[in-house]
Design a protein around this ligand. Sequence first.
Ligand SMILES: Cc1ncc(COP(=O)(O)O)c(C=O)c1O
Length: 381
Amino acid sequence: MIYLDYNATTPLDGRVLDKMMPYLRDYYGNPSAIYKIAKKPKEAIAWACDNIAELISSSPAELIFTSGGTESNNTALFGVAFSHKDKGKHIIISKIEHSAILEPAKFLEELGFKVTYIDVDNYGVIELNRLRDSICEDTVLVSVMYANNEVGTVQPIKEISDICRQHGVYFHVDAVAAVGKLDINVKELGIDLLSISAHKFYGPKGVGVLYVGEAVALSSFIRGGHQQDGRRAGTENVAGIVGLGQAAKIALEESARDSKRIVGLRDKLEEGIKKKISDVKVNGHPLKRLYNTCNIYINHVESESVLMNLDLEEICASAGSACATGNTNPSHVLLAMGISSVAARGSIRFSLGKFTKDQDIDRVLDVLPGIVKKLRQMSPL
Ligand SMILES: Cc1ncc(COP(=O)(O)O)c(C=O)c1O
C-alpha cells in the first residue's frame, strides 16, 4: 500500500508509540492526585510541555493540552470572543480556513458576533490590504492558518501579525498543517494563539495543544475540574500528551533533514505528472508552499473517479480535506482561489511524508497516466 495522504493524518512513529506504552500500561495514576503514583504522569506531562515549548519557542506555561486541532481552534475563537465581548464582537478569518475554524466562526455569528471572511489571491495567499481595511473598533481577533492543508500555501504570518499589533487585535494561527514541517517561533512571529495537532506529525490522534501567549486573556471553554490551572477541565490524556511530546522532540531533531528528501520526491512527482499527462496544473503557490504537498488539477477527469482507481492500485491520495469527505461540493479553498468548480472537481491532493519512498513515486507515475487516459476516454467532460 502506498500512502500519500499525510495531510489527512500521519502514521504513528514507532518511537512515539514506545514512549507512550508505559503510560497506557503501567503509570495509570491520575496526574492531579497527590500520592506517589501520580508523580510519573505529572512529570511526563511537564516533559512533553518542555518539548512542545521548544518546538515553537514558547514558554511551557503558555500551553494548554486539548483533544486536537479542532478543540484548539474552537477554544481560541470562543475563548477570545467571549472574554473580550465588551470590547467588541467582530472577528476576522480567511476564506480558506479549515472547517474547524469556519464552523465555530459560523456559530459565533449565530450568537450575534460579526465575522469578516478575507479573500485570497489565485495562489491562496491572504490579501493583506483587505485584512487591514476590515479591522475596526469592534475587532478583537484575526485568525489565519499558517499553511493550507489542501494546497499547502504558506501565509505571510509576520506581516499579518504586524497588522494585528498595530491595531491592538489578537492573532490566532491554525498551525495544524505546518507544525512539524516548518520552523515556528511564536515570539518572533508575534503570534498570540496557535493550534497544534499531534496526528499531523507522527503523533497519536485525539491530542493537541493551544499555545496562548501569557498576555492573552482567554475564558475557559471546557469547564469542570481544575486541571491545567483551570484553563481546560478534564483529566489529561497522559499517554497522548507524552506521544505529542515525543513527536515534537523528533520533529525538532529530524524534520529539517526529512524535508530535503521529501521536497525532492514531491517535485519528482509533480514534474513526472506534468510530463506524462497533458493538461494539468498545480494549485497553490509555486514557492511559498508546504514541501510535502502537491495539489494538481487534471483536466477532463473527476477527482473521485481518479481516487477510486488509485485505491484499486493500493494508492491513497485525496481530493482535499478529509473532513470534507462525503461533502460533494467542490473545495471551498480552490473556489476561493478563483478556480472554477469544474477544475476544483478535477483536482487531487498528494501529500507526502517521511515514510514515502522513491519507489512509491515511481509507482504513482506508472499507474496514474493510464488511469487518466481511461477516464478521459469514458468522460463526457
Ligand atoms: C488545518 C487544519 N486545522 C484543523 C484540523 C483539525 O485537527 P484535528 O483532526 O486534530 O481535530 C485539521 C485536520 O485536518 C487541519 O488540517
